[in-house]
Write a protein that binds this ligand. Structure first.
Ligand SMILES: Cc1cc2nc3c(=O)[nH]c(=O)nc-3n(C[C@H](O)[C@H](O)[C@H](O)COP(=O)(O)O)c2cc1C
Ligand SMILES: C=C(O[C@@H]1CC(C(=O)O)=C[C@@H](OP(=O)(O)O)[C@H]1O)C(=O)O
Length: 387
């Protein structure tokens, strides 16, 4: 089982993740992980904190001469803005944050809970996801993410093109969209307000058969939804057509099935084709070989420079919510986070299905199961013919 835990406070000395169940034999490309961390720090609308931090991963365990050993991998990030013990207790909780419910839940001050709830933790999730992608890449699976909407403004189709991402290592938005979207972010900042948006992640090269239909907690769509929903400020998740499917007749939702004999040997789909992908690559909790499409909806940042209505915790009298500093918009960062969180869940399903002790074992199991599937399909034909 591939799993991880994260630890660390936003302004503590460091953030740490332990990734357990990662196969041996994977070359750990630290530069790739750092590049993903850099992408997460980019994007228009972020606050001053990103100028203070330079996220670079430190790998403390689980590798030998740069190759994974199968032992737990410890990933660590240093916080440059480490000042936890010097920070003041906020006087008034912010609506939309953990401040009120968390400090009552844990019988602490607000500071203790906000430090852990902070999306600073998403730096680790990106590091963990990037690690997982090194495994995915070794078996031909790629994941990419992008902003599809920001502050109610649709990003033009160009930004959905894979090549745009390649051309822009620290992904923001495409230049045409920037004009309207950057202006909207500027206007929000001026008004002391914030903006949310929609991001999408697409997984390509995923074989048919990850996840399962037999039990609720093995369904790939459910696992992806839970993982993406756990990201700070993500309030809804869709797979494929998502919510829109509920509004259409069945004929406009279900993806027709076709067969192309020229691709019957294709290890991913065995020649079965779909002219549409409304299912977003998952049917009955199982990947069907089409690209997996996950859409995440991020609410606007809750900490408002204009300070939302709240109460003073000591006096209970009306007082504007506390404000220190904050992002105005973190939607581009969310696209990188969602992309890497999705990658981890795909890697976890892969390791679960294909004997995940070593990369070679995963590759051998993939090949063996593909052969088995082809034989199954061929014998099916024979049975039909003889029957
Ligand atoms: C990349 C990223 C950056 C964020 N930056 C801020 C921020 O600067 N200020 C803030 O109040 N919330 C920020 N958030 C959102 C909060 O962390 C989140 O709303 C809070 O932890 C409460 O969780 P919930 O919104 O999931 O209920 C950010 C979220 C993400 C994904
Ligand atoms: C530190 C990060 O995001 C932080 C997430 C966050 C929150 O409340 O979620 C609040 C802000 O923290 P600070 O008050 O220190 O600026 C963001 O900067 C990061 O993404 O690396």
């Amino acid at each position: 089982m591939l799993r991880y835990l994260t630890a660390g406070e936003s302004h503590g000395p460091a953030l740490t993740a332990i990734v357990e169940g990662f196969p041996s034999g994977v070359a750990i490309d630290k530069t790739f992980i750092d590049r993903e961390l850099e992408r997460r720090q980019g994007g228009y609308g972020r606050g001053k904190r990103q100028k203070l931090e330079t996220d670079r991963v430190i790998i403390d365990s689980g590798t030998f001469h740069g190759v994974s050993t199968g032992a737990p991998i410890t990933l660590r990030l240093i916080n440059n803005d480490a000042k936890l013990e010097r920070l003041a207790e906020p006087a008034s909780p912010r609506g939309g944050h953990i401040d009120l419910a968390g400090s009552i839940n844990y019988q602490t001050g607000i500071r203790q809970v906000l430090e852990r709830a902070s999306a600073r933790e998403t730096a680790l999730r990106v590091a963990v996801g990037a690690l997982a992608r090194l495994l995915l890449r070794a078996v031909g699976i790629e994941v990419f993410g992008y902003v599809s909407e920001l502050g109610g403004i649709a990003a033009p189709p160009l930004s959905r093109d894979l090549s745009v991402r390649d051309a822009s290592p620290v992904y923001t938005l495409n230049p045409e969209a920037d004009v309207a979207i950057v202006a909207a972010i500027d206007a929000a900042q001026k008004a002391g307000d914030t903006l949310g948006g929609v991001v999408e992640a697409v997984v390509t090269g995923c074989p048919m058969g990850l996840g399962s239909h037999v039990q609720y907690d093995r369904k790939l769509d459910a696992r992806l939804a839970a993982a993406v929903m756990s990201i700070q400020a993500i309030k809804a998740v869709e797979i494929g057509l998502g919510v829109e499917a509920a509004r259409r007749p069945g004929s406009k939702v279900m993806d027709p099935i076709q067969f192309d004999p020229d691709h019957a040997e294709d290890d991913r789909r065995f020649g079965f084709r779909r002219p549409t992908n409304n299912a977003g690559g998952i049917e009955g909790g199982t990947s069907n070989g089409e690209p997996i499409v996950v859409r995440a909806f991020k609410k606007p940042i809750s900490t408002l420079a204009a300070r939302g209505p709240s109460v003073n915790m000591a006096t209970k009298s009306p007082t504007p919510a506390s404000y220190e500093r904050s992002d105005v918009c973190a939607v581009p960062a969310a696209s990188v986070i969602v992309e890497n969180v999705v990658a981890f869940e795909i890697a976890s399903a892969l390791v679960e299905k294909y004997v995940g002790t070593s990369l070679e074992a995963v590759q051998a199991a993939l090949a063996a199961i593909h052969t088995l599937n082809r034989q199954h399909l061929a014998s099916w034909g024979e049975e039909q013919a003889s029957g």
